[in-house]
Design a binder for this molecule. Structure first.
Ligand SMILES: Cc1cc2nc3c(=O)[nH]c(=O)nc-3n(C[C@H](O)[C@H](O)[C@H](O)COP(=O)(O)OP(=O)(O)OC[C@H]3O[C@@H](n4cnc5c(N)ncnc54)[C@H](O)[C@@H]3O)c2cc1C
Ligand code: FES
Length: 308
């Protein structure tokens, strides 16, 4: 189901599942900023995608004329009013490395929004969004939408990285009872929306909890009163070991949990099965395409053995 919200509905838009029209747009680069750790934030003008994007959906983009295949990037933010979408990426190969050379004013081809988005249920109004590395972008998008959705409590975002975080850090975060004492820093942008966040790293980054982001989640959730925990659900995106650890935590605490997978892709639109993963369905195991059947799946579908 796609959203029919007006373009200027802005922050009042609620989260709805997306799996509908995909637009092809020649998107002008509006801003392209490099952060330490070879991380880059890219904002492009793509008004159609900006109107339809939902947290968890992604764009399949051309990086450079010399790179034939598109690369998938999660949509980190979408402004339906001003018509832009934003990405955070970290090159691991040739394509995204060439993308770093592109400058504001140049144009890239954007196919978006693709895939099924997160669909948190208001039955569990306390959402904890947990992102690791380049899995952070969909968590920021989800937090923005959830903060504007009165059916939900203010979400909490936990983020992990082993390189400096690619955003401004706030030293005076909002209060989060039960947080480990070393988790003192938060993301300034989220704070500006009234969304509390905390950071985790094993690299000794200042203000960050020392450990995996899933360990931070475990410690904080363990300190929550049972009534609050019973209203909690988890969203996650990050590398596979992080998703596995998060699903394990969800299973132990009996919390609903949705995960966005970031498999390697080719066509990106359901045609090649190059992104197929084994998923548990009510009819038994099946191969599902991450690009169009996902990238968001229930943790029980991805790691059925953890849930018994
Ligand atoms: C739905 C989805 C959302 C995603 N969102 C993001 C995001 O928001 N940000 C982000 O940074 N990433 C994201 N990714 C991951 C990203 O799209 C992939 O990592 C992408 O392939 C990186 O492109 P690249 O050009 O840097 O590397 P690629 O050239 O595609 O290389 C990918 C991997 O293959 C290896 N490789 C490449 N060429 C060869 C070769 N010839 N032989 C052997 N190995 C090789 C590379 O070393 C690397 O490990 C997402 C993926 C998916 C599916
Ligand atoms: S990448 Fe081709 S079907 Fe998913």
């Amino acid at each position: 189901m796609t959203s029919d919200a007006a373009p200027d509905a802005g922050r009042k838009r609620t989260m709805r599942e997306h799996r509908g029209t995909i637009y092809l747009e020649d998107a002008q680069i509006l801003a392209h900023r490099a952060w330490p750790g070879n991380q880059h934030v890219l904002r492009v003008a793509a008004p159609q995608a900006a109107r339809r994007a939902e947290p968890g959906t992604f764009a399949h983009i051309t990086c450079h004329p010399s790179v034939p295949l598109r690369r998938p990037l999660s949509i980190m933010r979408a402004d339906p009013h001003d018509g832009w979408i934003e990405f955070l990426y970290k090159p691991v190969g040739t394509g995204l490395a060439k993308l770093t050379e592109r400058r504001p004013g140049e144009t890239i081809s954007v196919l978006a929004p693709i895939g099924r988005s997160f669909t948190p249920s208001p039955s569990w109004p306390r959402v904890v969004a947990i992102g690791g590395g380049v899995g952070i972008p969909p968590m920021i998008f989800a937090a923005e939408r959830l903060a504007a959705d009165e059916r939900f409590a203010t979400p909490v975002v936990l983020m992990g990285s082993e390189v400096p975080f690619p955003f401004e850090i706030d030293d005076a975060p909002s209060d989060l009872p039960g947080m480990p004492r070393d988790a003192t820093a938060s993301m300034a942008l989220l704070e500006s929306w009234g969304v509390p966040s905390r950071l985790a790293s094993r690299a000794g980054l200042p203000g960050a909890y020392r450990g995996f982001v899933t360990d931070l989640a475990r410690e904080w959730l363990a300190a929550q009163p049972p009534g609050a925990l019973a209203e909690t659900q988890l969203l996650g995106c990050g590398p596979e070991p992080m998703l596995h650890a998060l699903a394990k935590l969800a299973a132990e605490l009996d919390l609903p949990c949705q995960l966005a997978l970031e498999e390697y892709m080719a066509c990106g639109v359901g045609g090649c099965a190059g992104c197929a993963v084994r998923i548990e369905t009510p009819e038994g195991p099946a191969m599902k395409r991450v690009c169009v059947d996902g990238p968001v799946f229930d943790a029980r579908e991805v790691y059925p053995a953890l849930f018994g």
